[in-house]
Design a binder for this molecule. Structure first.
Ligand SMILES: [Zn+2]
Length: 589
């Protein structure tokens, strides 16, 4: 009996049932056929691609059991938190293992089961056999009710049985099972589907029309659609989120977020973002994500590109698709720049380091996060934007970041050898090849360094400028973020080097009085409006249940909002460049 049989010797198939959906537990049963050897190893992923945090999915497993074909229990033991070893020495025939999986977390990267549906991701659901990840895996779904439908991007090989070509594909193919609405449509000759769970105000006709434009616009950028069929899964709830896959995406959006224009535009950018990922990060990947290690962190400095460039395009694509105009595009740009410039952490954490440390920082925010971190989504978007403008400036709009995306796609996404992971050096060289200028200093300053981004100079080339609200009679600042919870006025965050920090206030403190008078959030804001920088406030507050007092000296006002507006007297060259960029006249803004 071979200890390490060849992959073709083993086959793994699953049966997923949910007999009592309200207990939030999926029941999984798997059969392993083939030459197992002395022991069968099983593992569960600790994370899922696209969401860079170790989530310890195996904590949701209970009632693990193993038997042979005759029903005789087999002995097993746990080797690690996510690793089971089954003693298979005396086993003839297939091995059957089973477990219950608790599923009560409704996010795009976890599992959820209730009376109306079951949603699961491969990484958080299925154990895999280490070394046999390349083997196909079949999944049969047993629904609790006849009218529960099944949606997944995997092919259905027999009724309610789906085949994943390998474990990566299984991880990359979430299932939505239950009472949902399904809308099928065709774009560029390929079938697409919206599957929507939950009640909400979404208009399917508008959804299909607008999605079609997004798909066409992105296909036009990359030169076609690299899949046979694509599935959009949408959960309507109170949350917000998206997770990309090669042939589908999972979205969560506010059930009432479709009627208000601004909120609907946010939804369109979410769709554009996750769809863009089917190229950027699902097929065109950093070297470090070329082969996933499901057992731990997969460190890469390049998420600023995978997420940041995708975020840059999620604002560009709806504009190009005609779903909003240049004014909305620039309004969104101003909001993003505002978030960037009002985050002190931009001067603490370099962009490449933000990507590398995603595993311990971005997904684990605390009260120090704004002071110490800069999101690789946010700064990556800004850096991509600046590179796009630099390319357009140098080549008078004859080249743009689109050319970078296409070159990367051709060389690393669909090369003759298939998908090849790119290194940070590959990325820089490719952008330089399109730009025809040296980006060493740009990368050193803005990607690996902490130099503040040169928005004004870049915008001026296109007849625009960044305008802050500083001239608008702003109140002096205290430097804390306050919120009311259960009637208490709480400090949620204290900015570095702010008056609040100097006064010794701390996140979690409860503010109760100013100058001996009871206070609340409205009264504090009124008081600020009536104050000058340098004014002293005697603050009475609770810190860890202890009543304390301190003196807070108000600081100079700081800009809290930036907008992108036309220069007063743009030159003809600037106007021409603006038109070449956004396709409308500067004076029409
Ligand atoms: Zn993303």
């Amino acid at each position: 009996m071979a200890l390490n049989p060849t992959p073709s010797d083993l086959s793994l198939s699953y049966r997923v049932s949910m007999p009592h959906p309200t207990n939030h537990r999926f029941e999984l049963e798997a059969i392993v056929h083939g030459e197992v050897g002395y022991c069968l190893e099983l593992k569960m992923a600790v994370w899922t691609p696209g969401s860079y945090l170790v989530r310890e999915y195996s904590r949701h497993i209970q009632d693990f059991a193993v038997r042979d074909e005759s029903g005789k229990s087999l002995s097993w033991k746990k080797i690690a938190k996510n690793h089971w070893r089954i003693d298979s020495r005396d086993v003839q025939g297939p091995i059957v293992f089973s477990y219950s999986l608790y599923a009560n977390e409704l996010t795009v990267r976890t599992n959820h089961l209730d009376r109306t549906h079951g949603y699961f991701n491969g990484a958080s659901t299925f154990l895999y056999i280490p070394g046999k990840e390349a083997q196909p895996i079949d999944v049969t779904i047993v629904t609790p009710e006849e009218d529960w439908a099944i949606a997944t991007s995997l092919p259905e090989i027999s009724p309610k049985t789906f085949r994943a070509a390998d474990f990566n594909t299984l991880v990359d193919s979430p299932f939505e099972i239950g009472l949902h609405s399904k809308f099928e449509f065709e774009v560029l000759g390929k079938p697409h589907e919206w599957v929507i769970w939950g009640k909400g105000t979404v208009d399917p006709n508008q959804l299909i029309a607008d999605t079609t434009k997004i798909i066409e616009t992105e296909a036009n950028l990359f030169g076609g659609l690299p899949y046979d069929r694509y599935l959009f899964l949408l959960h309507l709830s109170n949350g917000y989120g998206g997770l990309e896959h090669r042939e589908s995406c999972s979205l969560i959006f506010s059930r009432n977020g479709f009627k208000k224009r601004e909120s609907y535009e946010d939804f369109l950018t979410l769709v554009a973002h996750e769809f863009f990922h089917l190229w950027n990060v699902k097929r065109l990947r950093p070297k470090e994500l070329e082969t996933f290690d499901y057992d731990g962190e997969n460190y890469t400095p390049s998420l600023w590109f995978s997420e940041g460039a995708t975020s840059f395009y999620d604002n560009v694509i709806p504009l190009r698709a005609g779903l909003y105009d240049a004014r909305t595009y620039l309004k969104n740009l101003g909001k993003t720049i505002t978030r960037f410039l009002t985050t002190p952490g931009r001067l603490v954490q370099p962009l490449s380091e933000s990507s590398f440390d995603a595993w311990i920082k971005l997904y684990r925010p605390d009260t120090n996060t704004p002071n110490s971190q800069m999101s690789y989504y946010l700064k990556g978007e800004m850096v991509t934007f600046l590179m796009d403008l630099a390319l357009r400036r140098r080549h008078e709009n004859q080249r743009s970041f689109d050319d970078v995306m296409r070159k990367l796609w051709t060389e690393f996404g669909q090369s003759d050898e298939g998908e090849i992971g790119f290194t940070p050096g590959d990325l820089k060289r490719t952008i330089e090849a399109v730009a025809e200028f040296d980006l060493t200093s740009f990368f050193a300053k803005y990607i690996d360094g902490l130099t503040d981004l040169p928005f004004q100079a870049a915008l001026a080339d296109f007849g625009l400028q960044l305008e802050s609200n500083l001239g608008q009679n702003l109140a002096p600042i205290h430097g804390a973020r306050l919120a009311v919870e259960n009637g208490k006025t709480l400090v949620k965050y204290v900015a570095s080097n702010s008056p609040a920090e100097r006064a010794g206030l701390d996140a979690g403190d409860e503010l109760v009085a100013i100058d001996g008078l009871r206070t609340n959030l409205d009264l504090i804001n009124d008081r600020l409006q009536a104050s000058q920088p340098g004014d002293q406030l005697e603050i009475t507050f609770f810190h860890q249940d202890e009543l304390l007092q301190t003196v807070l000296i108000l600081g100079e006002p700081e800009a809290s909002q930036y907008t992108v507006v036309p220069l007063k007297d743009p030159t003809e060259a600037q106007q021409k460049r603006f038109y070449g960029w956004l396709g409308c006249a500067l004076q029409d803004l």
